[in-house]
Design a protein around this ligand. Structure first.
Ligand SMILES: CSC[C@H]1O[C@H](OP(=O)(O)O)[C@H](O)[C@@H]1O
Length: 351
């Protein structure tokens, strides 16, 4: 396994970087099977992103960065720069919503533009991808502390989460699930209620897997049970991640997040978005400008080939929705917290 800048092996529960290949835990098979795929080129990394072998906004950006490094490593010497440029374009086509992907590719483009030889590109792109990975992990840890500050340390709380925002989705600790881990470490977590998160089931298959594995108290619930959980006063906060945050503080996240924001406001429960600054897109004024990914209808009609609906029924399957800033109590980034983003937008932290 390749070494980080501190000389430590760089890897997480979901990805392992070796310099000439990237190993990815196939998240489509969890929790039943822990199977690793080996990506030895940018095309394989791009396909793994599209097919959601690896998913989660920060993890998408990190794996794409490694994909660019692989493109330099395996390029023919004649046109190595052209091959790297084509790899960047291919990776940019892999999924449309998580801005972390485009943020990471832009970082890698800047690095390669300063490289004169292929050897230099191989070395500097590999170092840049590792650095981007390490910085995301550091951001996770900083956000966990900010999230704890927002929630407070007076008494233990229970929270509700949606989708998966843990080590599987990031550089290795988690965004919203990083706050959960910090609460647990500080004996300030009573329980996590984890939405199963239809249709791809990131909650039941991934979040429950992570939390059970880490012995963090978790109760899995159907998405439709979230309202009853809130009405029963079982949770004090809803904690979610993000795939893109626009200048006015609107947030694109997993489909069903908007539902939770409306419910949380109705029940006077805190609604917190936790996302690194690589998720903030100041070039977009509001959430209506965010491209929302539509995926295949089979993801709703069936599970692993088992039909759950008539094979020819029409399906509406946007995999993200947009929560307006007015419904968000705090947006936690590694640079600090934006409280009541409806008032200031993100310009308080991002100029
Ligand atoms: C910290 S992960 C952020 C975000 O990404 C997930 O989407 P997907 O599983 O489709 O990649 C989900 O929206 C998470 O909240």
């Amino acid at each position: 396994m390749a070494k980080s800048s501190s000389g430590q092996a760089i890897g997480t529960v979901a990805m392992r970087w070796h310099g000439d290949r990237l190993e990815l835990l196939d998240q489509r098979l969890l929790p039943a099977e822990e199977h690793w795929l080996v990506a030895d080129g940018a095309a394989t990394v791009a396909q793994c992103i599209t097919d959601m072998v690896v998913r989660g906004a920060p993890a998408i950006g990190i794996s794409a960065a490694y994909g660019v490094a692989l493109a330099a490593h395996h390029a023919g010497t004649a046109d190595w720069r052209g091959e790297v440029d084509r790899a960047i374009r291919m990776l940019a086509e892999s999924r449309p919503t998580a801005v972390n992907l485009f943020w990471a590719l832009d970082k890698m483009q800047q690095v390669v533009s300063h490289c004169g030889t292929q050897d230099e590109a191989i070395s500097r792109l590999g170092q840049a991808a590792v650095r981007l990975h390490e910085e995301d992990l550091a951001a996770n840890l900083a956000m966990a502390d900010y999230g704890l500050e927002v929630i407070g340390t007076e008494k233990p709380v229970s929270v509700l989460t949606h989708c998966n925002t843990g080590a599987l989705a990031t550089g290795g600790y988690g965004t919203a699930l990083g706050v959960v881990r910090r609460l647990h470490e500080q004996q300030l977590l009573k329980r996590v209620y984890a939405d199963e998160t239809r249709p791809w089931l990131q909650g039941s298959r991934l979040t429950a897997w992570e939390l059970v594995r880490d012995q963090i108290p978790v109760t899995l619930n159907a998405d439709g049970a979230a309202a009853a959980i809130m009405a029963a006063g079982k949770v004090a906060w809803v904690l979610v991640g993000a795939d893109r945050i626009t200048a006015n503080g609107d947030v694109a996240n997993k489909i069903g997040t908007y539902n939770l924001a409306v419910l949380a406001r109705h029940h006077r429960i805190g609604f917190m978005v936790v996302a690194p600054s690589s998720t903030v897109d100041m070039s977009l004024e509001s959430g209506q400008d965010i491209p929302i990914e539509q995926r295949e209808g089979t993801e709703v009609r069936e599970i692993r080939g088992v039909p759950l609906a008539p094979v020819d029924v029409d399906v509406f399957n946007p995999v993200f929705d947009v929560t307006p800033a007015a419904l968000i109590d705090a947006i936690v980034t590694e640079k600090g917290v934006v409280r009541n983003p409806e008032i200031t937008g993100m310009k308080a932290l991002f100029t």
